[in-house]
Design a protein around this ligand. Structure first.
Ligand SMILES: *[C@@H]1O[C@H](CO)[C@@H](O)[C@H](O)[C@H]1NC(C)=O
Ligand SMILES: *[C@@H]1O[C@H](CO)[C@@H](O)[C@H](O)[C@H]1NC(C)=O
Ligand SMILES: *[C@@H]1O[C@H](CO)[C@@H](O)[C@H](O)[C@H]1NC(C)=O
Ligand SMILES: *[C@@H]1O[C@H](CO)[C@@H](O)[C@H](O)[C@H]1NC(C)=O
Length: 340
């Protein structure tokens, strides 16, 4: 080869070489960043489980025959320009509750998840159930590392940080499970997500937002009469999720026949279903009830409730446990602690 030809070749190879070097640099820095993030955690970093294809595959294998729905909350705009929004009444649709919702959403005026979470390419989520299983687990610092931490009802955080962490991105609740002062066990930024099971639940919120006379009828337990939370942090969960949890995940009859008592999903299984829709990684902790034969075993990581207090609930706990088992077997969810 002449000197000139060699020179030309070198010039041609230069871009290729350059591309190769930048590729390797990019790859290595990524790997280093990932391993760096990973070494600080006893469990595998939840971020290392990220990867679009993985999640897509999982969602497909769930056989729900629905697509992922990432708009979590009802918006005021939903009620304009649209007719016949829903054929179902609460808890599975908004039929008959449109006016109440219009009033509630006009005041809350925020319908989004914070942009810092919304824009993440991969969202890691953990759903913290209130079960006894999380007691003494020391999972707190692990739980705090997820992008989204979902908690349920009025479960406390202060005094239990070691086991349950202190980060709360969203808290799912309904009036009977509301705390009058959300500031006690949440962060200022925590989204307070109302799960409307019945019209009274929306009316309760409307009465608080507009400071109207409280109607006490229609609750199975008296809800708080005052509520000290930040109104801009209130969200109303789209009943679509409860509908799909009941219909697709649990396959419970939406219209029970005759004397059959109505069965509705718990906020716990609902939150797992929402997380499957919204998140790319879904881990859970604090799920599961003690063997129902042991009536005196405490069921929560706080307080003194036992299985006895669950006797008259509108939930089918065995059925939900089976659904969680199926999700676990499919690899769609992962428990952070050993469980039955
Ligand atoms: C962590 O990752 C390794 C290899 O990828 C896997 O074998 C192990 O089960 C994982 N551990 C947990 C707790 O996910
Ligand atoms: C899935 O959805 C399609 C269209 O909505 C419907 O025709 C089909 O029967 C569904 N399949 C199952 C297994 O539910
Ligand atoms: C949790 O730890 C405390 C203190 O170490 C102990 O007294 C208690 O029995 C433990 N509870 C459970 C359920 O293991
Ligand atoms: C959570 O705990 C950590 C350390 O224990 C603390 O630095 C942080 O401010 C706490 N966050 C909240 C929201 O309480």
């Amino acid at each position: 080869m002449s000197q000139k030809a060699t020179k030309t070749w070198c010039l041609r190879l230069l871009p290729v070489l350059f591309f190769f070097i930048s590729f390797v640099t990019y790859y290595c820095s990524n790997a280093i960043l990932q391993s760096y993030g990973g070494t600080t955690k006893p469990l595998n970093s939840s971020k290392t489980l990220c990867g679009g294809w993985l999640t897509q595959k999982k969602w497909g294998s769930l056989n729900f025959n629905i697509s992922r729905h990432t708009e979590l909350f009802l918006k005021l705009e939903d009620f304009f320009w649209r007719e016949h929004l829903s054929k179902l009444a609460l808890p599975y649709g908004i039929k008959g509750s449109e006016l109440l919702l219009l009033k509630v959403l006009a005041v809350t005026a925020n319908y989004q998840v914070p942009a810092s979470i919304e824009k993440l390419e991969c969202r890691t989520c953990v759903v913290i159930g209130n079960g006894f299983a999380i007691k003494n687990s020391s999972l707190g610092s692990i739980i705090n590392k997820y992008d989204v931490v979902i908690r349920l009802n009025d479960a406390p955080v202060r005094g239990y940080e070691e086991d349950v962490g202190n980060k709360t991105t969203m808290r799912f609740f309904y009036p009977e499970s509301a705390s009058y002062n959300p500031g006690l066990h949440n962060e200022p930024s925590t989204l307070m997500v109302l799960v409307p099971f019945k019209q009274q639940d929306l009316r309760w919120l409307k009465e608080i937002l507009y400071n109207e006379k409280r109607v006490r009828k229609g609750f199975w337990k008296p809800p708080p009469q005052i509520w000290l939370g930040d109104i801009s942090k209130i969200r109303v969960l789209d009943p679509h999720f409860l509908h799909q949890t009941a219909d697709r995940l649990l396959q419970i009859p939406l219209h029970p026949k005759g004397k059959q008592a109505p069965v509705h999903p718990t906020t716990g299984i609902l939150a797992v279903f929402v997380a499957l829709n919204y998140c790319d990684v879904v881990h859970i902790a604090g799920f599961g009830y003690p063997n129902s034969r042991s009536q005196r075993q405490p069921i929560h990581y706080y307080g003194y409730d036992t299985m006895r207090s669950m006797k008259n609930s509108y939930h089918d706990l065995n059925h939900e446990a089976e659904a969680l088992k199926r999700l676990e077997d499919l690899g769609a969810i992962l428990y952070l602690h050993p469980h039955l």
